[in-house]
Ligand binder design. Structure first.
Ligand code: NIG
Ligand code: FE
Length: 412
């Protein structure tokens, strides 16, 4: 089946051949075609070009999108969409003056979500999570990475990863699963970190590998959570099962964790609210993608990733939501793009590159997702009529997305 979009006001992120990532000054360039057509066959992009070269329309499903902008769907490379219940009380506690760290030290935070998750059935977790997944798809996300990490027990982690597997089977968008057993130390292991790491490496990981439940491995490398050495052990163990690392690092403190991640060839390092000059030097010339999560900074009032400094130093940067019950109960990539422009001083061109091509790199799908390229997945957004794509971050709470196509099918 062929679908032809005609009279596209601006077709954004058009790339002749797929690009692995965009870095530094290249991030400011967002290639586009004006007055364009886009032809889709089944689930793939077949062709595109200027309207004067548009093929004849006879046997195709033709859609006139005059005045509208078309771009690839967002790629959200960092989420925790699978969880049980919520943490609204912690939200109110923070308003009343407690910090994220103080709440966590009182048994709230990740351990609070773990308690809820372990007390909830797999079916119920699936039902709660699919509502969030459907919401983000309707907001324009066409690929998403989802982490475990609220189980922190053999059964809990497997349960989460099975829910992610079921979401993969039941929804058309690309989903990658990341094992985050090293998210926090459960209460009974507070004084015995080695025993919990042993459980992760020698009990949970082999079961996950046996059931092929994870694509990547993650750890929360942070003061009070997993040390550099503990994270190295987790990364090495993951590598043995072919799981590349995507690590939470430099959220609250900078403790040389990025160096360890780069040395272990992590696919991405995520959060980076604090970034030192040494971190930038280490990331330079590495294959590790830095990932910023501005809605987390917004929600818990912590610094924003110093995007300008990083991009001006020649680094690439990806943007993701971090959708989770504690620090970011939102999976809206439009807001992420807007916050990156408004708070991190990324240009709209840079932010869109970061939320598409670089996001695709950070979840290992840049050959199929992230740009308008012949042969890539037909995952596109069609906006309402707009004067310019700058309106997408400018009107930062408006829903400017009129339709979302995933794998060649309109879902909205
Ligand atoms: O990415 N920082 C670690 N993990 C999550 C938050 C986890 C939680 O509070 O539930 C994050 O922000
Ligand atoms: Fe996270």
């Amino acid at each position: 089946m062929k679908t032809l979009l005609i009279n596209i006001k601006e077709l954004l992120q058009v790339r002749e051949t797929s690009v692995e990532m965009v870095s530094g000054a290249a991030m400011a360039i967002l290639p586009k075609l004006e007055n364009a057509f886009l032809m889709i066959e089944n689930n793939l992009i077949l062709d595109y070009g200027n309207m004067e070269n548009c093929p004849n329309h006879n046997d195709k499903n033709v859609i006139d999108v005059s005045g509208k902008i078309v771009l690839p769907t967002w790629v959200d490379s960092h989420t925790h969409i699978v969880y049980a219940g919520n943490r609204v009380q912690e939200f109110v506690d923070r308003i009343n003056g407690l910090s994220y760290e103080e709440i966590a030290s009182r048994g709230g935070g990740i351990l609070n979500s773990a308690k809820k998750l372990n007390a909830t059935s797999e079916e119920e977790i699936y039902n709660q999570s699919k509502i969030r997944l459907e919401e983000v798809i309707s907001q324009g996300t066409g690929a998403v990475e989802i982490k475990s990490g609220y189980g922190l027990t053999v059964e809990g982690e497997l349960k989460m990863l099975r829910v992610i597997k079921k979401l993969k089977e039941n929804y058309p968008i690309a989903i990658k699963a990341t094992f985050l057993g090293a998210h926090a130390f459960p209460e009974q292991y507070k004084e015995n970190h080695a025993a919990y790491i042993d459980l992760i490496i020698n009990e949970i990981l082999p079961k996950i590998a046996e059931e092929h439940l994870a694509d990547y491995i993650d750890a929360f490398l942070e003061t009070g959570y997993f040390s550099v050495d503990e994270t190295k052990k987790i990364m090495l163990a993951g590598n043995k099962y072919g799981l590349k690392a995507k690590i939470h690092v430099n959220q609250f403190t900078a403790i040389n964790g990025i160096k360890a991640c780069v040395e272990n060839e992590a696919l991405s390092v995520d959060h980076l609210e604090l970034v030192t000059d040494d971190d930038i030097a280490i990331l330079k010339n590495s294959k590790t993608m830095p990932v910023a999560l501005p809605s987390c900074s917004y929600f818990i009032s912590i610094p924003y990733t110093p995007a300008r400094k990083m991009i001006d130093a020649g680094l690439p940067l990806a943007l993701a939501t971090d959708f989770n019950p504690g620090t970011t109960p939102s999976g809206n990539m439009n807001f992420v793009v807007a916050a990156a422009c408004i708070k991190m001083k990324m240009t709209p061109e840079e932010a869109i590159n970061a939320a598409t091509i670089n996001g695709a790199y950070a979840m290992g799908i840049s050959k199929t997702h992230g740009s308008i390229t012949k042969g890539m997945r037909a995952n596109i957004l069609i906006t309402k009529p707009l004067n310019s794509f700058y309106q997408i971050p400018y009107e930062f709470t408006s829903n400017l997305i009129e339709s979302v196509m995933i794998e060649g099918q309109f879902i909205k």
